[in-house]
Design a binder for this molecule. Sequence first.
Ligand SMILES: Nc1ncnc2c1ncn2[C@@H]1O[C@H](COP(=O)(O)OP(=O)(O)OP(=O)(O)O)[C@@H](O)[C@H]1O
Ligand SMILES: [Mg+2]
Length: 362
Amino acid sequence: MSDLIVQDVVKRFGRVTALDGMSFDVREGEFYCLLGPSSAGKTTMLRAISGLERLDGGTISVGGRDMAAMPIQGRGIAMIFQTFALYPHLTVRQNFSYPLERAGVASSETSKRVGETAELLRVSHTLDRLPSTLSGGEQQRVAIGRALIRRPKLLLLDEPLTNLDAKLRHDTRAEFKRLHRELGMTMLYATPDQLEALTMGQRVGVMQSGRVVQVNTPRSLYAAPMNTYVAGMVGSPAINLVKGRVTRRNGGYFVELPFGALPADHWGMHLSGGEQVLYGVRPHDVLLGHEPSRGPGFDAVVHLTEPLGDVTLLDLEVGGAAMKMALPEERAASIGPGTEIQVTLSAADAHLFHAETGVRIA
Ligand SMILES: Nc1ncnc2c1ncn2[C@@H]1O[C@H](COP(=O)(O)OP(=O)(O)OP(=O)(O)O)[C@@H](O)[C@H]1O
Ligand SMILES: [Mg+2]
């Protein structure tokens, strides 16, 4: 069953259309990520669900009830904002209990929930301290706790990790997954970071200019992006897109690229010959050396190497086309700028798109 259904939602700010016919649905108990670049409309969408924005069109329903007629307090929704703010003059314990006291929850119940929430988020040791004395990660966990303590049915999270350092982001991603598992709550998480969306989301909705353009599991989005926009948003480093043209000879289809022709019979039933295309191959699917069983091989020159730890990123020039490849670190040891190598483009993992529209050729 769907817990949240967003249908054709439009929201304008003067001449800016922040949400432009946005539709998606989140299932009960699901961890759903909205992935979109800055200005895509993520915050506006979450604020609209919370009841903080009046819609110019469309509907939002939660648990089968239309939100338009519901007061904000009765919605059973909590939101963690992009810039989380704790009450600086209140202790962690008071930050937790304040929303409950305001809601008229009995004090015995309040102290029970404060204890449970602090334990769940591993901030019990900070309860009598002021927020300014907490680490960034502890502050973030208190902000999460303050949203959870009211036991919302639906939790909205707006880029909650943006202000944390890399290590803390990693730990907190794991924390969110644990919380989701333990609380069985429906979570809607907005982020511009594809790593966050792909590692946490059970499904990911990819946003572009106020709309969701594709929804799927992380694995399926990666394997079959519907257009070049989604292909570029999902997967890091970003997919290589090389301009080419489809030709037909000897009864077979080929994509003519700057550095040679690649067989394209795999897409044959969707091709007629002559179309302008973009050939997409992910940096992880550019293989070192000649591997005829995996795909065609080409000569390449290395321009730049970028060791990232377990993988090394290589900037290549392949017959006049720039391309990136990702190599396991130990295989990149003897490769530096100027090295001439051979690469194989993995045929099974290639993607083909129409050049003009960017739409995937299935
Ligand atoms: N109150 C407002 N008044 C005018 N324009 C607004 C307002 N709120 C948002 N916008 C505009 O709506 C668009 C979407 O903004 P929104 O904050 O939803 O984006 P976002 O996806 O959350 O981006 P970010 O990742 O940078 O937080 C932007 O063009 C923004 O400038
Ligand atoms: Mg935002």
